[in-house]
Design a protein around this ligand. Structure first.
Ligand code: ACO
Length: 332
């Protein structure tokens, strides 16, 4: 099957966040920090944290359900579900559980992991299936519950993260291609900058047969290196994508970056000479929700009427791997 005339339309968005919100002030009762330090260095004021009663599957399914409804479709119309996450409920993957929960019976579903770049990588993956004519209606979800893997006694990381989910519906379109360009990249030589590693004890299973058993260890991060990586690579990848789309920065309606840190958002916008009024930011309320942050900010901007059909969005994800990428697309 190959149908190169098929384009992409992004027709609906949805999001979901856990019920509990935790303000900076409350965090200062468990680690040596302050609202002032966190807000000044990151722009974060509060974050939502999933309780033991809220699963990743449930949050992701709620976001997907809302995106499907916004696209004017039903779960039975969906051909494929891609879940970008680093924190699946099940290491075998959570996408199929979401498919079951939605009742999207004809959809094939799988997980994809590329940390905070995951949603962007998943969008581009979905686009390949649509452009070749294999699938017409794909749900792309970004969802993470990093609070499960944060060391809540480490003030250098615990203040940064929050939990959430966001989703979009991508559809085949014969009326032009609204995914205008993309560019993806990885650099494994810097893998140690951000990790959520498996930690194990060797276990002598049989004489001369040793295996490793354990669990994942909390997130470790070299904050300054990650900052430097983001402010140098993100403008570059957006410029490369704009070049591929034959566009200039002044033709962008919205800059939609992974919501890691307001200082990163400001520095990237500054380097690209994009005015702050065009920079989408919801960090203050949610913190860094990893794979969820781009679709969560997108959905809020669509529902508030900021993003209108036809608007051009430059999106960029970046994070562990290291991985990064950009996509230029037109909404609606
Ligand atoms: N509260 C109070 N003080 C703190 C806190 C805190 N939560 N965290 C660190 N400090 C202290 C440090 O101990 C240090 O104290 P010292 O000078 O006595 O040693 C001081 O503040 C400065 O620490 P730095 O790490 O140098 O602070 P910096 O200005 O670099 O800010 C930050 C840290 C916000 C993490 C910054 O490096 C950054 O934005 N990095 C980008 C990383 C990022 O956004 N990661 C998110 C996940 S990755 C991703 O999504 C791509």
């Amino acid at each position: 099957m190959n149908n190169p005339g098929v384009g992409i339309a992004i027709t609906g968005s949805g999001s979901a966040t856990p019920a509990q919100a935790v303000a900076n002030q409350a965090l200062s009762t468990i680690v040596d920090t302050s609202d002032e330090w966190i807000a000044d260095r990151t722009g974060i004021k509060s974050r939502h944290l999933a309780s033991s009663g809220e699963s990743l599957t449930e949050l992701a399914a709620a976001a997907a359900r809302s995106a499907i409804a916004a696209a004017g479709m039903t779960p039975a119309d969906i051909d494929m579900i891609i879940l970008a996450t680093s924190t699946a409920d099940d290491l075998f993957g959570s996408a199929s559980a979401i498919q079951g929960r939605l009742g999207a019976s004809k959809a094939v579903a799988f997980d994809l992991t590329a940390a905070c770049s995951g949603f962007l990588f998943a969008m581009v993956t979905a686009a390949q299936f649509i452009r070749t004519g294999v699938y017409q209606n794909v749900v792309v979800i970004g969802a993470d519950i990093l609070s499960r893997w944060v060391d809540w006694s480490d003030r250098t990381t615990c203040v940064l993260f929050g939990d959430g989910a966001g989703a979009v519906v991508m559809q085949a379109s014969m009326e032009g291609d609204r995914l205008l360009s993309f560019y993806l990249a990885s650099d494994g030589t810097q893998n140690d900058c951000l990790q959520l590693p498996f930690g194990f004890q060797p276990h002598e299973l049989l004489p001369q047969v040793s295996i490793a058993q354990g669990t994942y260890h909390p997130i470790t991060m070299k904050g300054r290196e990650v900052y430097r990586f983001a402010v140098s690579k993100v403008p570059e990848v957006i410029e490369k994508s704009l070049f591929r789309a034959n566009l200039t920065t002044d033709q962008i309606d919205w800059l939609l970056l992974h919501q890691a840190n307001q200082r990163i958002l400001d520095a990237v916008a500054d380097r690209l000479h994009i005015p702050s009024a065009k920079v989408l930011s919801n960090l203050a309320h949610y913190g860094n929700t990893s794979a969820a942050s781009i679709p969560l900010a997108l959905d809020e901007a669509v529902r508030s009427g900021k993003i209108q059909p036809g608007h051009i969005i430059a999106a960029s994800g970046f994070g562990a791997g290291l991985t990064w990428g950009a996509a230029i697309f037109q909404w609606g």
